[in-house]
Each structure stands twice: as C-alpha cells, then as structure tokens.
Design a binder for this molecule. Sequence first.
Ligand SMILES: Cc1ncc(COP(=O)(O)O)c(C=O)c1O
Length: 292
Amino acid sequence: MIVHLNGKLIDAREAMISPFDRGFLFGDGLYEGIRATHGRPVALRAHIERLANGMHELGLVGFDAHSLVRLSDELLHANNLTEAFLYWQITRGAPGPGHGPRDRVPPNAMTPTVFGFVEAVPAVESFVTPRAIKAVLLPDMRWQLGHIKAITLLGSVLAGQEAMARGADDAILFRKVPQGDIITEGIATNVIALVDGELVTPAPDAAPILSGVTRRLLIESAPEIRQRPVTATELRRADEIMLAGTRTMVVSVVELDGHAVGKGVPGPAAMRMLGALRARLLADVDSAPTKP
Ligand SMILES: Cc1ncc(COP(=O)(O)O)c(C=O)c1O
C-alpha cells in the first residue's frame, strides 16, 4: 500500500513517524474519512471545511486543508483505486529541540504530521438494500467537544467493545440531561429515526455530536428530516432507526437492546435514505473540485 506522509508518497512499510509526535503521545490531532467513487473523492468540500474548522479550533497550523483536493487524487492514483475510503490524519507533530515531549501546551511553531492512506471499498452502486444491524443504547462517555473530529477515540472504542460484548453490532449513545436521556450519535455514524411518522435526527445544539457529512447530504436530499433533540424513549418506540456515515452509508437498526425495531427488517425510510445518498454521491462525482 502506498501512503502519504508529509508530502511524500511512499510504501507503508517505509513510513516512519517520531515517537514524540503529539498525535501518538496526546492524541493531539484531527482526521477525516472521505469516500471516493469512480476515481474521485466525493463531498470533498464538506470534508475540507470540517477539517479547516477543526484546525482553527485547535490552533493547528502549517497545513492547508484545501490541499486535500490534490493529495487525495494523488493517493488514489498511486494505489490504482477508484472505489475507496481515504483516511487523512493531521497531528500537531513532534516538538523541536528545547521543548519537552510531555509539555501539555504545544510550542507555537510546530510542523504538523500529515498522514493519509486509502482502502478499497464496495462501489457506491452496490449499496442498494440497507444492511440490517443490532444496536444497544449506551451512555455517551466521550468528551464534550464532539463536533471536533479528533483522533482521540477511546470513548468510541470502549463503546464498541461493550456493544460487541452484548452481542450487538453497534452502539447508539445517549447523554443524560435534566429533561431525560437524549440521543447523540452512533460510534462512527449519525442517527436518523422515523418516530410517529416523522424523520428526525439529533440536533447538534442539544448535545455534542459530529456534524457528519453524510447526515448533511441526507438533510439536503430530504429536507423533511427534522433536527431536534431525540430522546431514548422516542428511539425505543421508533418505527425505523438508521445510522449514516461516510463508510457505513446507511444501515438499518432492526434490533435495539434486544427488541425488534418496527417490523424487525430494514424499512422503506431506510431504503429511501440509502437511495438518496447513493444518488447524491454519484451526482457529486461530476461536480467534484479539481486539482488547483
Ligand atoms: C462520531 C461520529 N459521528 C458521525 C460520523 C459520520 O460522519 P461522516 O458522515 O462525515 O462520515 C462519524 C464518522 O466517522 C463519527 O466518527
């Protein structure tokens, strides 16, 4: 596999990163996961915008998020892939001489580490019927800045392990607020549900969630999806529950905490959402930004 490391395309076996990299020692960095189809990264503008916003919030400088247009194309071509998942990670890098590797506050001038790899995935056209999965509801133990796509994913790892231990495929997370338990998101997905005939998705201002690019594309394609706080009680009586993400596309939760959701099979809303996403991604190939 050919990977990108700090401006160079090299064999993955030759990629070396300093053990003092703050990404490794502190989880001080950001990532993006981007889908490519027909040889082009899709929804790239939205991914770049989210990365640039995250870099701004972290004060992470020295990398132009817009260069992902060119770098993503190069990485795809180097690996000869057309249907792919691109992973980009930008960390704050390793401190130079005179700066302690364990200093929590980073020195002002740092050179970020930029790493990217790409994996083959099934073609967008092959996502016709939503995959059926089992999920459990778990308390959201992650940090409060869920809108930042930080590489520190220990809370998600633990939730994933707990879901597996309970015989489920995924977890849907909730936070306790004075009004009750409100749903945040899946481990690596956003949640959309059909509750009382209405398509709803947790609002980002109700509790911290990542503003998923897939979620955004689906809301643009189906403006009837209402963004509002969604409670765990509502989810337990939902007719359909869907999880949406770049890699996942749209899957149907057919069992929640051991109880069937709706009829216990992927429903018409999930079919419609997956169809809308498929169409949207394929339409985006033609309007994808080109190399500057
Ligand atoms: C916590 C979380 N929520 C939502 C998503 C979905 O985001 P996107 O649609 O941009 O892939 C992800 C993707 O990794 C995620 O990690």
